[in-house]
Design a protein. Structure first.
Length: 530
C-alpha cells in the first residue's frame, strides 16, 4: 500500500503522445501545450528527445525563455550505446546541453531485448545503465530512470530485472520507473510485481530514499487501472499523457488517472482549482492536435455526465449523485441532459433557463410530441441543443424571427486549366425591414453560404462577428435509399464563451447544411439578444 499521500505527475504528451499516428506537433504547438500543462499543475513535463531531431533541440532552447509556474521541464534520452564511453555518447551529451535540470533516460531490462535487439550482454547492459547515470549525475542533473519492458523482464528473470533497478539507484537515480512498455499486463500482475520490487528495496534502502514510478501503455486497455494498481502498491510517481495519446493503443490517460486518485482515493495530486481545469486542458490539447474529442471519455468527455432517458433525467433532477459518480464541476465538466424521443418532463425542466417558454404540462406535451416527430423524420437533438432551443421558440406565438430568408443560390465552377474550384453563394433576405442581397465566395458551398450570411447580418447584429463554425459532420440517415438518401448535418459553433451544435436534415446535403447553419445563427442571436 502506498503510504505517501502525494502523487507526482510526469506528463509525456509532448514525447510519447507525439508518437500517436496522425499527430505532428509543431514547435508552437509544443510550447502551447507546455503552458497548458504548467497551468494544470503537473510536476514534470517531458519536452522531447533533444538528440533525435532539430525541432526538439529548438524546443529546449525556446522553453528557457518562458517562465513556468510550477512544472519542471524534462529532456528524454537513452543509456549510452554499447561499447561507447558515456563522455562521447552524442545522446547523453545532447541531454546535458539541453539546459534542463531534470532528465529521464530509459534502459533495457528484458534479456530478450538486450540479447536480440541490442545484441549485447546482460553485463554490458548493466554497465551502460551505470555509466550513463553517473555521467548525468556528474553534471548535476536530476535523473529519472525508466526501466523499459520492466514487467516482461521481471517475469522472464526476476533477479536481473531487480539488478537493473538497483544499478540505477546506486548510481544516483532516485526515481525508478517500472514500464509496461508492451502494455500487455493486467492490474493484478502490476500490483504483485510492484509490491515485490518495493519489498526488495526495503531491504537495501530506506523508504524515503527512492520514489517508485509507473509508466503504462494501453494495449490491453488497462493502462489507467494498471497505473492506479501501481499507486496502491507503493508507487508515487505516475507517467502518462493527456487524453491517453501515444503510439499503438496509447499511454495511460492522465485525464482519468488524476481524478481517480484525487477524488476517489484521496491522494494529493493537483490543487482543487487546478483539477477544475482538467476538462479545458483535455479539449484544448485535442484542438491543438487536430483531433475530434472523444465524447465518451470518462471525467472530461462531453457525454461523461450526459443523461438521455427520461427516468435517468428525472432521478438526476432530484438527486444528481443517483446517476453521477462525481460532481462534474470538480473536473471542470458539466451535466448535459440530452433530448430525444426518450425525453421526459425532467429533460425539459433542465433546459428551462434557455427556453423563455412557460413549461406547463400542455407545453411540455406539445414539445415532446414535436421532438418525437422530428426524430422520426431523421433529426437528432441529443447533441444539437442549439436547434432544439430554436425549434421550441418557433413553436410558440411570441417568437419573432431576426431575419427572413427570401432565397439562396450556390454556384460551383470548376476551372481545370487553373486547377481551381470556385464556390459562390448568393443570398436574399429581409432584416429589420431592409432587403439585403449579398454575394460571397468560400471554400465549398457551406463556407460560401456562411460567409454570405455573415456579410448580410453582421451590420445589423455585430455580435455575430465573434462566432465561428468549428466542426461539420454528415451522416446518412437511411442508407438503403442510395443516392436519394436523407443526410443529417451537424454543425458545431463557438463564440468567446460557449459551444453549441445544430442539425439539419434533407435529401439535399446543401439544404441540410443551410438549415443547420441558420439554426446556429438564430441560436446565437437568441442567446445574446433575448
Amino acid at each position: 500500500m502506498n503510504t505517501k499521500n502525494t502523487i507526482e505527475i510526469f506528463d509525456t504528451t509532448l514525447r510519447d503522445g507525439a508518437q500517436t499516428p496522425g499527430i505532428s506537433f509543431s514547435l508552437q504547438d509544443k510550447l502551447k501545450i507546455t503552458q497548458l500543462l504548467d497551468e494544470l499543475g503537473v510536476k514534470y513535463i517531458e519536452g522531447g528527445w533533444p538528440g533525435s531531431n532539430p525541432k526538439d533541440v529548438e524546443y529546449f532552447n525556446r522553453i528557457k525563455s518562458i517562465k513556468l509556474k510550477c512544472s519542471k521541464i524534462v529532456a528524454f534520452g537513452s543509456t549510452r550505446r554499447k561499447n561507447v564511453v558515456a563522455e562521447k555518447d552524442n545522446n547523453l551529451i545532447a541531454l546535458v546541453n539541453s539546459g534542463v535540470k531534470t532528465v529521464c533516460i530509459f534502459g533495457k531490462t528484458w534479456k530478450l531485448h538486450i540479447e536480440k535487439t541490442l545484441q549485447t550482454t546482460p553485463k554490458e547492459n548493466l554497465k551502460m545503465i551505470q555509466d550513463s547515470i553517473k555521467f548525468l549525475i556528474a553534471h548535476n542533473l536530476e535523473v529519472i530512470y525508466d526501466a523499459e519492458h520492466f514487467f516482461d523482464g521481471f517475469k522472464s528473470d526476476k533477479s536481473y530485472a531487480l539488478a537493473c533497478l538497483e544499478t540505477a539507484f546506486l548510481c544516483g537515480a532516485k526515481t525508478l520507473v517500472m514500464c509496461d512498455t508492451n502494455g500487455g499486463c493486467l492490474p493484478h500482475e502490476i500490483s504483485e510485481i510492484v509490491s515485490q520490487v518495493i519489498d526488495h528495496f526495503s531491504r537495501v534502502a530506506k523508504q524515503n530514499q527512492i520514489v517508485f514510478g509507473i509508466h503504462a501503455h494501453n494495449d490491453s486497455d488497462c493502462a489507467v487501472a494498471n497505473s492506479i494498481s501501481a499507486v496502491l502498491s507503493g508507487c508515487s510517481h505516475v507517467q502518462g499523457t493527456i487524453n491517453g495519446l501515444g503510439e499503438r493503443c496509447g499511454n495511460a490517460n492522465l485525464c482519468s488517472i488524476i481524478p481517480a486518485l484525487q477524488l476517489k482515493l484521496k491522494y494529493k495530486v493537483l490543487s482543487e482549482e487546478n483539477l477544475k481545469k482538467l476538462t479545458e486542458v483535455s479539449r484544448k490539447i485535442d484542438e491543438i492536435a487536430n483531433l475530434v474529442p472523444n465524447e465518451r471519455q470518462p471525467y472530461v468527455g462531453a457525454n461523461s455526465f450526459a443523461h438521455k432517458g427520461g427516468v435517468h433525467a428525472s432521478a438526476v433532477y432530484k438527486l444528481p449523485k443517483s446517476y453521477e459518480h462525481i460532481n462534474p464541476k470538480l473536473v471542470g465538466n458539466e451535466r448535459k441532459i440530452l433530448l430525444s424521443e426518450l425525453a421526459g418532463k425532467s429533460n425539459l425542466l433542465f433546459k428551462q433557463k434557455w427556453l423563455s417558454v412557460e413549461l406547463s404540462e400542455e407545453n411540455i406535451t406539445k414539445i415532446i410530441r414535436s421532438i418525437k416527430q422530428k426524430e422520426f423524420e431523421g433529426y437528432s437533438y441529443e447533441n444539437a441543443e442549439g436547434s432544439f432551443v430554436v425549434l421550441v421558440h418557433k413553436m410558440f406565438s411570441n417568437y419573432k424571427p431576426f431575419f427572413e430568408i427570401k432565397g439562396f443560390r450556390v454556384i460551383i465552377e470548376h476551372r481545370p486549366e487553373k486547377k481551381e474550384l470556385i464556390t459562390e453563394a448568393t443570398i436574399k433576405l429581409v432584416v429589420k425591414n431592409n432587403e439585403v442581397h449579398v454575394v460571397a465566395e468560400g471554400d465549398g458551398p457551406v463556407n460560401a453560404l456562411d460567409n454570405a450570411l455573415r456579410k448580410a447580418l453582421e451590420k445589423y447584429y455585430p455580435t455575430l462577428k465573434n462566432m465561428k463554425l468549428t466542426d461539420f459532420k454528415v451522416r446518412v440517415v437511411n442508407p438503403a435509399a442510395g443516392t436519394a438518401a436523407k443526410v443529417r448535418v451537424n454543425i458545431e459553433s463557438i463564440d468567446e464563451k460557449h459551444t453549441w451544435n445544430t442539425v439539419g436534415v434533407s435529401e439535399n446535403i446543401i439544404e441540410a447544411s443551410w438549415e443547420a447553419l441558420l439554426d446556429a445563427v438564430e441560436y446565437k442571436l437568441l442567446k445574446t439578444l433575448k
